[in-house]
Design a protein around this ligand. Sequence first.
Ligand code: E4P
Length: 217
Amino acid sequence: MRFFLDTANRGDIAQAHQWGLIDGVTTNPSLLAKEGGDWRAVAREICDLVEGPVSLEVIATETEAMIAEARDLVKIAPNVVVKIPMTLPGLQAVRDLAAQEIPTNVTLVFSPAQALLAAKAGASYISPFVGRLDDIGHNGMDIVAQILEIFQNYNFQAEVLVASVRHSNHVLEAAQLGADIVTLPMAVLKKLAGHPLTDQGLEKFLADWKTLDSSTS
Ligand code: E4P
């Protein structure tokens, strides 16, 4: 399973990359707006920080404008993947971009039917938003299970990129289901690594070690 970091924060991306834990990055307009400054320069820096795919989202909502924007975004770096919203004009853009061998990540997917359409359109990645579904009382992970089953039935090439991740269990459930990728916020990545028994155990080992008579070594 691959891990992407869901942020536009260059400090966090550099840190997670240094740990060797991330295979790519996903951004969205809200995440880039949070960083401020020149978004294109920020995007370029992010693409330089990681070798793997970096999703950058179009702002246009009409097919031709999305395609034009996508063609401009991929000039930023060779590892750019164009994020396209799950709309009918978006699907049309995905088909056209696939024909031009421009990779796409269909975002804002909330149902297996939407994922099926996006896969048929030729998307490279499909992003079901599990946390936002949980927020409205649905079970986001059920959608992921259904999407994976459908993709297996028809051997679709699109990869399932679990997004809108809120906690460690989302990551574990996605892994148990066999999702290709999970994109997670830095806070969730850190939480995955920690356990109170690890901290307590380490503290005890180090305290015991200090009781050794140093003259014997
Ligand atoms: C991923 O591609 C999305 O940008 C992101 O996961 C959305 O997460 P949110 O629901 O926490 O905003």
